[in-house]
Ligand binder design. Structure first.
Ligand code: HH2
Length: 284
């Protein structure tokens, strides 16, 4: 499938999307993220990893201070601020790519934007904090509107859908409307179906196989399959052994229209998407 192209407006930067897949490198400044928890809690390690990911081919660095893995408890506001703000401050001026903040709290987003972030990645699709859309608009930031069913604490307790793709599309449409009504520029919005966020294996697989249907929203599409449980369920492997499964899902998603892939393993993913992009480039 030929992807539509977009220029994503993120404050004073622009990110070209569609001709070349953009890689968002994950930087979790948490003690408990499911795959990289504890590795980058020390700010100097986080900065080194951000620089390394840029060198490996990352187009965005996504900094998160709260694990949203299934069953996770929320992190208090002050703790989340303490984790992410100094790291964003340190990397925003040192990396040549936009920095995003992975949070659903408007106050964290605001402080991260003050510290130099230019994208807000909200796993709740602007639904958890009523002030989030307004903060994004005020700073002229870009926003990732992601679908979730429930909350991280409860989302994997028996998720059910009557119409999976229809419900995800409607939720994302509501998030996009909320953003635009608050004054976020229409060309600063990305949508994400939320792999693993209130989804069983069959739901995650259906999202991959029907991903091109999200193009009806008229926004660039991001997907975050990296090292997730659905790969473990297919292959019977633990989190440290999910690289090949991640690469396969990234290739499938890009073939079906993903513009941005959010991953931990930037170097191998860059190679995979460069090859898939080359194939897409010659397709009629
Ligand atoms: N997945 C995670 C976190 N943030 N944001 C978007 N837009 N899309 C995703 O699929 C997504 C996301 C979960 O992965 P990770 O950050 O590695 O783990 P944890 O939540 O345990 O920190």
């Amino acid at each position: 499938m030929k992807r539509p192209t977009f220029t994503l407006r993120c404050r004073d930067r622009e990110l070209e999307l569609g001709r070349r897949t953009a890689v968002m490198g994950v930087l979790n400044v948490t003690p408990d993220s499911f795959s990289d928890g504890g590795l980058y809690l020390e700010p100097s390690r986080a900065v080194d990893r951000a620089l390394e990911m840029v060198e490996e081919g990352a187009d965005v660095i996504d900094v998160g201070g709260e694990s949203t893995r299934p069953g996770a408890d929320p992190v208090p506001l002050e703790e989340e601020l303490r984790r992410v703000v100094p790291v964003i401050e340190a990397i925003a001026s040192r990396v040549p790519v936009p920095v995003s903040v992975d949070t659903y709290k408007a106050k964290v987003a605001k402080e991260a934007l003050e510290a130099g972030a230019s994208i807000v990645n909200d796993i709740s699709g602007l639904q958890f904090d009523p002030r989030m859309a307004e903060v994004v608009a005020r700073y002229g930031a870009a926003v990732v509107v992601m679908h979730i069913k429930g909350t991280p604490k409860t989302m994997q307790q028996d998720p059910r859908y009557d119409d999976l793709i229809g419900e995800i599309t409607q939720y994302l449409k509501d998030g996009v409307r909320r953003a635009e009504e608050a004054g976020v520029s229409p060309d600063a919005i990305v949508v994400d179906p939320g792999i693993g966020f209130g989804k069983r294996l069959e739901h995650n697989l259906t999202i991959f196989s029907r991903l091109e249907e999200l193009s009806s929203l008229g926004k660039p599409v991001l997907i975050g399959p990296s090292r997730k449980r659905f790969i473990g369920e297919i292959l019977g492997v633990e989190v440290g052994e999910r690289l090949f499964g991640t690469l396969a899902s990234v290739a499938a998603a890009v073939m079906r229209g993903a513009h941005i892939v959010r991953v931990h393993d930037v170097r191998p993913v860059r190679q995979v998407v460069d090859v898939v992009d080359a194939i897409l480039g010659v397709e009629a």
